[in-house]
Design a protein around this ligand. Structure first.
Ligand code: ZN
Length: 149
């Protein structure tokens, strides 16, 4: 995976996701001390952590982060699904993916979406509650259905 700050995360930019084309410059730090960068080509500024998240996902990173931010603020998945037009399964998948990069996602949500730490923590609790559905159930069903008459 390309390291943070080496490519422009803005879709539509001429340099989008192209590494080491000398279009990225350092651009100060966020309140939380996260290094920020600016793309000289399109003028987008972004946190160091953003570029590596959800790289090459179907939905734009901005949509994913916005959705996660709204979830953290307490909006229900079913409401978000209707409002944004993403399947609930898709949103849950983003949540689980985000949880694997929890630290980096937290930096971005805190820096760019002005959420509190407690709100972001609530997001991970939510994933913990939802994340383990199905796996053990399916294994048991497979065993019992293998019986030959
Ligand atoms: Zn750019």
């Amino acid at each position: 995976m390309a390291s943070a700050g080496t490519f422009c995360p803005e879709e539509g930019c001429h340099h989008y996701a192209k590494v080491d084309e000398a279009n990225i410059i350092k651009f100060g730090k966020s309140k939380q001390g996260v290094q920020r960068y600016r793309c000289k080509s399109c003028g987008t500024t972004f946190a160091a952590t953003r570029g590596t998240l959800f790289y090459r996902k179907h939905a734009p990173v901005k949509d994913i982060l916005e959705t996660l931010a709204l979830l953290a603020e307490g909006v229900r998945i079913s409401s978000l699904s209707r409002a944004k037009g993403f399947k609930e399964d898709t949103i849950l998948r983003w949540l689980r993916e985000a949880a694997r990069h929890a630290e980096a996602v937290e930096d971005v949500l805190l820096a760019d979406y002005e959420l509190s730490k407690a709100q972001v923590d609530g997001l991970w609790t939510y994933v913990g509650n939802k994340g383990q559905k199905g796996a053990t159930q399916r294994a048991q069903t497979a065993e019992s259905s293998g019986v030959v008459p």
